[in-house]
Design a binder for this molecule. Structure first.
Ligand SMILES: [Fe+2]
Length: 182
């Protein structure tokens, strides 16, 4: 048995997070400039993923595409920088192409963040990004020490079915800038 794991599980259960965090929503990759299509083709060659949505994040000089396996979650999101100074390209220069974050759907993000901050969890931004009016709220934790990827908490409102709004993703990507430069 793993005492540290049992301890973490007990703490999470006590804190009430069990009922607030629902399921894995998406897995986000960051890949080298010019390799987004190759990355998606690689995955689509192994698993019958279908192209789902593509967004350009003008402010961060990046492009993000989502692919989906039938109607299941998690969706796979692939981002690549469009210039050398893009935060995505800087990250990839440092770590190589890899999984950047795992996003978990939650049903009360304010509560989740409040509980986690009290427990000492650190986030890349001081506040939650987005709003109910925009249909989405999300936040990144700092990377895990063991695998160096981020956990995202995400909550959607109304019929919004995206992964970010154009302004949100810019802010989110920006929030990880210092990680790429560290
Ligand atoms: Fe995400």
């Amino acid at each position: 048995m793993f005492p540290q794991v049992i301890n973490a599980q007990e703490e999470i259960e006590k804190s009430g997070l069990d009922d607030l965090i629902i399921k894995l929503d998406h897995i986000a990759y960051r890949v080298k400039k010019g390799e987004g299509e190759k990355a998606m083709a690689e995955l689509a060659n192994l698993v019958p993923y279908k192209e789902y949505k593509t967004f350009k994040v003008a402010s961060m000089n990046a492009i993000t595409s989502a692919i989906k396996l039938h109607d299941t979650l998690p969706v796979i999101v692939v981002s690549e920088g469009l210039s050398e100074d893009s935060v995505v390209e800087k990250y990839v220069k440092k770590y190589g192409g890899r999984i950047h974050h795992l996003a978990y759907l939650v049903n009360d993000i304010d509560k989740v963040v409040e509980i986690q901050r009290k427990r000492g969890v650190e986030f890349t931004t001081p506040v939650i990004i987005g709003s109910e009016e925009e249909g989405i709220k999300q936040i990144f934790t700092v990377p895990t020490e063991t695998a160096n990827h981020i956990i995202e908490y995400i909550q959607r409102f109304g019929d919004f079915d995206g992964f970010f709004t154009p302004s949100n993703i810019g802010e989110l990507m920006k929030s990880t800038e210092r990680l790429g430069e560290a």
